[in-house]
Design a protein around this ligand. Structure first.
Ligand SMILES: CC(C)(COP(=O)(O)OP(=O)(O)OC[C@H]1O[C@@H](n2cnc3c(N)ncnc32)[C@H](O)[C@@H]1OP(=O)(O)O)[C@@H](O)C(=O)NCCC(=O)NCCS
Length: 205
């Protein structure tokens, strides 16, 4: 786990594991209907088992996910960790297109607009670069102003895959964005990557 300070709040970051179902379910319960719709493209009053199963199919480097916890509500009990979950972001390799990975991310409503979305996206960029990802892509609802604004910072390029313009396919190049990440933050994220040997490429030779 690493600690990152966002304004006057400390956030703990750690890699998700296939055992994190209860934590993801707890976060999902605290998500507004609107945020659920932005993330899953449907109101989704409860998370179907099939969706939970795919979220837990963590298998780095093919599929990795980072979880953000609000340090101010964490104590030594596991229950406090469930309440502390405030964000998650993941990258899943697209087998048909080597070097391309699909991203998804969610920040709990009460924690939005504090820069956590940017932090999580930078985790994906820095870690993606380590494991050979060249573009980070996703279909985003065209009405999703927050996600669109966030992606705009990272040289995103968009196209409309459907005729009704409800979604936008967005691609973010990885390498071009790395030098813009604050060096201190990047060093912390490199430290996080070292916590999972599957995300560290083998030494050449
Ligand atoms: C998209 C999301 C992850 C952003 O998380 P966040 O922690 O609020 O992100 P940040 O605070 O780092 O930045 C959000 C950006 O959106 C902007 N923003 C927020 N709401 C906005 C709105 N209604 N209209 C325009 N811009 C908006 C913020 O000003 C900020 O832009 P800036 O970087 O230019 O200042 C979060 O809103 C979320 O989880 N939404 C629901 C799920 C979702 O949409 N997931 C994405 C689908 S893959």
């Amino acid at each position: 786990m690493i600690k990152v300070t966002l304004g006057d709040t400390d956030v703990m970051l750690r890699w998700a594991t296939p055992m994190d179902g209860e934590l993801l379910a707890s976060g999902f319960k605290r998500l507004s209907a609107e945020s659920r719709r932005m993330r899953f493209f449907s109101a989704m009053p409860r998370m179907p088992d099939s969706v939970m199963k795919s979220l837990l199919s963590i298998d780095p480097p093919r599929h990795f996910a980072v979880i953000a916890l609000d340090a101010s509500v964490m104590d030594s009990t596991p229950d406090s960790w469930f309440a502390a979950a405030v964000g998650v972001a993941r990258l899943i390799a697209m087998p048909e297109r080597p070097g391309a990975s699909e991203f998804a991310m969610t920040v709990i409503d009460g924690f939005q607009h504090h820069g956590l979305g940017h932090l999580l996206f930078e985790v994906l960029l820095v870690t993606g670069a380590h494991v050979g990802v060249r573009t980070i892509e996703a279909d985003v609802l065209t009405e999703n102003a927050a996600m669109t604004a966030l992606l705009h910072h990272y040289r995103s390029k968009s196209s409309h895959p459907t005729n009704d313009y409800t979604t936008t396919h967005t691609r973010v190049p990885v390498a071009e964005n790395l030098d813009d990440i604050d060096p201190e933050r990047r060093a912390m994220l490199e430290e996080l990557i070292r916590h999972d040997p599957r995300l560290v490429p083998p030494e050449p030779g």
